[in-house]
Write a protein that binds this ligand. Structure first.
Ligand SMILES: [Zn+2]
Length: 374
């Protein structure tokens, strides 16, 4: 029996893995940072045995509330992910499972590897309406990929979608996969009509280094990208530096910034209520977008979410606030759960890659409903 995480997006430190009934593990923290919560490892040679895998340092994770009612994700083929019994007790989580195969993977959420990212980007780039621009390199020397869909023309709206500023929030890239699938479907009339009215700039992965290193929240230098939007430096945070530079160049009418939330079992959107120069018409439009999204996809709701910032109290280092202010844009942070949606749960899979993808489809419906008012 063996546990290993030395692969793309892997993360675990093995304390003890001699006895299947008492496997002891710890999650590695992000490089140069105290954050940790993402785990992703393979267990081999334990077919048919009851395995109890305890993560000893769960209580010190970034969002300990995230372990309450949480069920870990598991997969044999790395395509289909299901939930397994997980208990949070005395500051530790214990995953209990009898693997049906000699190779089984366990992760905080269905991983979206950098290998899959490369497949996503190269497949999208084959479409005639898509161009791929590498707008810079990360600190580990990976490419920052930007997909442009459609041609810029007078009167067209500029729509941005960015995802995975926080690399452990892999649901964000599953969401982008669904969004792109539908947008690039030539037989989808709604997508065709949107592309007549808008050009799309999509960054499927804002944080390739954190993703490949198996980080929860930061890049290779330990920077939390979503606190770098006011004044990003190329030395510490080239990811935001290059993307914001491109945004300055092409402008923005609307942006979706896709994330995952560890604690709340809901899909929700956070807006820019607290920015100093808030445009109330734009803010109304952001809320109308959400009402539309809720109609198109009941996995989305507006009752539960983050408390709104008081007027003028927004943290301007956060992407959504900075982009709303800088471009007078409708800027929205879309949060998806790690656990499941409490209002329409799926006990087998929980919140899952396929549901992320479907939410990506539905965002195009919501966008179509409001785009002419941008
Ligand atoms: Zn996030």
């Amino acid at each position: 029996m063996k546990i290993n995480s030395n692969f793309d997006a892997g993360n675990i430190h093995v304390i003890e893995a001699e006895n299947p009934g008492n496997i002891r593990l710890r999650i590695r923290h992000d490089h140069n940072s105290d954050f940790y919560q993402w785990f992703n490892f393979r267990l081999t040679g334990a077919k048919g045995q009851l395995c109890a895998m305890t993560i000893e340092n769960a209580a010190g994770a970034a969002y300990a509330d995230g372990w309450k009612d949480y069920q870990a994700c598991a997969s044999y083929d790395r395509e289909e992910w299901f939930r397994v019994s997980t208990v949070y007790h005395d500051g530790e989580i214990t995953i209990q499972h009898i693997p049906e195969s000699d190779s089984v993977y366990y992760a905080y959420f269905a991983p979206y590897s950098m290998e899959r990212h490369h497949s996503l980007v190269s497949q999208a780039a084959e479409h005639e309406k898509v161009s791929l621009h590498v707008i810079g390199e990360t600190l580990d020397g990976q490419d920052m990929d930007l997909l442009t869909i459609g041609d810029m023309a007078v009167g067209k709206k500029v729509i941005w979608v960015i995802a995975r500023q926080h690399p452990g929030e892999s649901m964000a890239e599953w969401f982008v996969e669904g969004f792109l699938d539908r947008l690039l479907d030539d037989e989808d009339a709604l997508s065709r009509s949107l592309l007549e009215r808008a050009v799309f700039y999509v960054v499927p992965n804002m944080n390739p280094d954190g993703s490949r290193r198996g980080h929860l929240r930061t890049n290779a230098a330990g920077a939390n990208l979503n606190r770098e939007w006011e004044n990003p430096s190329v030395e510490n945070c080239p990811e935001v530096f290059y993307v914001r530079g491109k945004m300055d160049e092409v402008g923005m009418d609307l942006v979706l910034d896709a994330h995952g939330d560890e604690a709340l079992p809901y899909n929700f959107i956070a807006c820019f209520d607290g920015i100093p120069d808030v445009d109330s018409a734009k803010l109304d439009l952001a809320y109308d977008y959400q009402r539309q999204l809720m109609q198109f996809n009941p996995d989305f709701q507006m009752e539960y979410g983050y408390p709104k910032d008081a007027p003028g109290a927004a943290n301007m280092t956060i992407g959504t606030n900075q982009m709303a202010h800088r471009y007078q844009a409708v800027a929205m942070t879309l949060e998806m759960p790690f656990k499941d949606t409490a209002n329409c749960p799926d006990p087998e899979q929980g919140w899952s890659p396929e549901r992320c993808r479907k939410l990506g489809y539905s965002n195009l419906d919501a966008l179509a409903a409001i785009i002419d008012r941008l």
